[in-house]
Design a protein around this ligand. Sequence first.
Ligand code: G4P
Length: 536
Amino acid sequence: MDIYKEVKRRRTFAIISHPDAGKTTLTEKILLFAGAIQIAGSVKSRKASKYASSDWMEIEKQRGISVASSVMQIEYNDCIINLLDTPGHQDFSEDTYRVLTAVDAALMVIDAANGIEAQTIKLLEVCRARKTPIITFINKLDREVREPLDLLHEVEKHLEIDVIPFTWPIGMGKSFQGVFDLGTNKILSFKSGEDRYNIPRVLSGNTSDYSNKKTFEKLFKIIEQDITLIKEAIPNFNKESFLLGEQTPVFFGSAINNFGVQEILDALTNYFPPPSPTKTIQRQILPNETKFTGLVFKIQANMDPAHRDRIAFIRIHSGHFKRGMKLKISRTQKEIKTNNVVSFLSQKRDLVDEAFAGDIIGIPNHGVLQIGDVLTEGEYLEFTGLPCFAPEIFKSIEAKDPLKNKQLNTGLKQLSEEGAIQVFQLYKSNNLILGAVGQLQFEVVAHRLQYEYNADVNILPTNYITARWISSNNERTLNKFINSNNTNIAYDTIGNITFLAKSNAQLKISQELNPDISFHMIREHNEKISGTNHSK
Ligand code: G4P
């Protein structure tokens, strides 16, 4: 076993898109082309976006079914591909941000009829901040869609990234006839109803086959002007700029028709980078170090409806994972055994015997592991870059039966550790405030509290509309602020002092009047921003 060789062949990426752009379809076709599944239809669509919020139970059911496919490992072209799905519904966007911290690259899917949509812009901001390399797939060319030059212009403008077309579509909708490959100057032809997975048709202008050459020339005429323009106006692909997330190769196709999938699969194995070094507060970790390092980036409950288990998803950053090895959690200094660690091979949960940097492993546990936990062979390490955002919607919560308060508290503690919701305890009373990014999170939490923790709850409106974690170098100033704003102060689950504002004006004024106090919109997971011992 050669760690260096193993790391080099890993490709770990997420597929991002606005709901309905074709992420599920493309994922499935990638699996199909890589030989990981035999028939289409095996990947359950998440389809969360299609349900109104009143159908949230259905979403959870769907999530339960489809989370098994939220990480998939496949082998193709001597590469080990780790493909991470991201929740389709924007109400679970915090989950998505965390997934993006666990990947080395991203595949962006755009619906050619809709162009850039809100969710894609948000996700791309996160990718840009992390300098994540991105490959773009413009989907649904078999429909009447937008002009390709228009689309490229839009991607460039909204996502602030240079677009480099690698293929160029010939026609669209009923007259979609394939793509021109700008790298090889060949045409990959498409005929509606034809399955390119079985019959690849490559046309060349440079062949002795007369009919092939004639068809090439006929099709090339349609796009000749575009190609001339592209070659003049668009810079060459530069791998370094791509790796810094400044340039994105763009491919056109139709996932449902298997068209363009092969090119995407080849591009992501050829261009996406293997795992790179990771910064921690203590030192830089190299992926091919012999000692194991991993970071918990996601906790998922109810993966298997038959067992009420919780799985911590761990991205390996270095070393050689061997089943049964003992790992230490840096936060608690507790040791855990890894006999039941699972991988996610082709959507089946299998016990994993070994894994390397770039791989995602799952550790079933009952609350020992939290998001942001670092696992090592003994070394104490703290990671940065796993963000926790100030919530945007607030509700208060109470158990319908006061005798169920214990169940409520246990449930909320665990749900907040999973990242399903943020929980704040008001400073002046013992009331609990829930903070979320999307409305659906409250509904899911109420449902799970009832069914998993036997706590039937009332979720009630509050006046709070925004939150900031606060800190100051000056303890007296901080205490004074807390006392004079005590109805707006709460503690989060790890003891950070939080200012809950009832209006944006109140937040703004508080910030202006208190220059010695920092108001944080983002903190690191498990980060203690402020002291925890402020007495009431
Ligand atoms: P998502 O995961 O990004 O939300 O999208 P998903 O793959 O579920 O695709 C959304 C819809 O777009 C689906 O249709 C899917 O069949 C369709 N689709 C995906 N790729 C293409 C394509 O290349 N061309 C065309 N014309 N359609 C495509 P649906 O009717 O909502 O669902 P279904 O009944 O087909 O499953």
